[in-house]
Design a protein around this ligand. Structure first.
Ligand code: NAD
Ligand code: IPM
Ligand code: MN
Length: 344
């Protein structure tokens, strides 16, 4: 039987994972869940450890994992959040962070020009290297001459494999986003791997933008983009921007993938949202759409599409949480999605 490891986490994490698991259950795929509800800030505060070797073993022995969100205002994000999320990405070598952004309804777009609202793009974010490498340190700490260093790591294997994945999911084009006009990157490693990847895929339209220009283009005409491939930091930032263009963080889903080993971790793009945690209004769509990505990963494309149709119907009917202009609670939206799913 297929087992899914579930980490509800902190803040709104458990609140959105509830409806997401209800949706998974309603699909009747017969999957078993292994819930690691001790992986959270309370455990870290008590034990000083976020994720143990035994937790990692449970996740490794599952078909895939689903995470709500982690983060707690009482804790250092670099110790705790990094200790869970970045550790999972690095330990499981989930080198692709796949972040699709599709506008579910015209009403949700922040753009003024109706012709440019229909965003339907994917950020393919390198997920194990860059400034997230964890290599670095500080010296002369506390003195006026203090120095802090975080190594922006790129390896040929790491760059080549994420570029290859980007081309493999392109429908019409891939745009490389970097800062090659200012950052040396070991003699332009990304640019050299890019030329090789472009040559291997003559059927896909290839383009390149510097990250500042890419942000400008996204904010003015996101319809210009299909797949955007970029490094870990730019992918983090641009995927919040594409989320905003698609209706907000509440609707953004993601997959952390290793297409070679098949390991995968699915999660909404948002965090634990301490500002609304406990109020019952968190939007569960990001988590529910992450379940759609998860079941697609399990080969159940039809079920994934059914989940997306159910979300689209809820959005079209305005049966949504306050972040999307509605008045429903997290639980009520979950019920709406279940009702839509069961509609013949
Ligand atoms: P956040 O995503 O938690 O919240 C940003 C803003 O978006 C907040 O105003 C929040 O209320 C709103 N928002 C987010 N998700 C929403 C939802 N589902 N429905 C409605 N509104 C939503 O980002 P933050 O405030 O920068 O970070 C809070 C904590 O979460 C930090 O500790 C951070 O490190 C962590 N974090 C974790 C993850 C993760 O677990 N994947 C991702 C991002 C941030
Ligand atoms: C994300 C988050 C994480 C990241 C943080 C919480 C470490 O912002 O998944 O986008 O930067 O990758
Ligand atoms: Mn982020």
């Amino acid at each position: 039987m297929t087992t899914i490891a579930v980490i509800p986490g902190d803040g709104i994490g458990p609140e959105v994972i509830g409806p997401a698991l209800d949706v998974l259950d309603a699909l009747g795929l017969g999957v078993r869940t292994d819930v690691l509800d001790h992986v959270n800030a309370e455990t870290y505060l008590r034990t000083g450890t976020a994720l143990t070797g035994a937790d990692l073993d449970r996740i490794r022995s599952s078909e895939a994992a689903l995470l709500g969100a982690v983060g707690d205002p009482r804790l250092s994000d670099t110790a705790y959040v990094r200790g869970v999320l970045t550790t999972l990405r690095l330990e499981l070598d989930l080198y692709v962070n796949y972040r699709p952004a599709r506008l579910w309804h015209d009403r949700l777009s922040p753009l003024r020009d109706p012709a440019r609202r229909a965003i339907d793009c994917v950020i393919v974010r390198e997920n194990t290297e860059g400034l997230y490498s964890g290599i670095g340190g500080g010296t002369r700490t506390g003195t006026p001459h203090e120095i802090a260093i975080d190594v922006d790591l790129s390896t040929r294997q790491g760059v080549a494999r994420v570029l290859e994945f980007a081309f493999s999911v392109a429908r019409r084009s891939v745009c490389l986003v970097d800062k090659a006009n200012a950052v040396r990157n070991g003699g332009q490693l990304w640019q050299r791997c890019w030329s090789e990847a472009v040559a291997r895929h003559p059927d896909v339209e290839a383009s390149h933008l510097y990250v500042d220009t890419a942000a400008l283009r996204l904010a003015t005409d996101p319809t210009a983009f299909d797949v955007i491939v970029t490094n870990n930091s730019y992918g983090d930032i641009l995927s919040d921007l594409t989320a905003a263009l698609a209706g907000g963080l509440g609707v953004a889903a993601s997959a952390n993938l290793n297409p070679v080993t098949g390991r995968a971790l699915f999660e909404p793009v948002h965090g634990s949202a301490p500002d609304i945690a406990g109020t019952g209004v968190a939007n569960p769509f990001g988590a529910i759409l992450s379940v759609a990505l998860l079941v697609e990963h399990l080969g159940r494309t039809e079920e994934a599409d059914a989940v997306r149709r159910a979300v689209a119907a809820a959005v079209a009917a305005g049966r949504v949480t306050p972040d999307l202009g509605g008045t429903l609670s997290t639980k009520e939206v979950g019920t709406v999605v279940l009702t839509e799913l069961r509609r013949p």
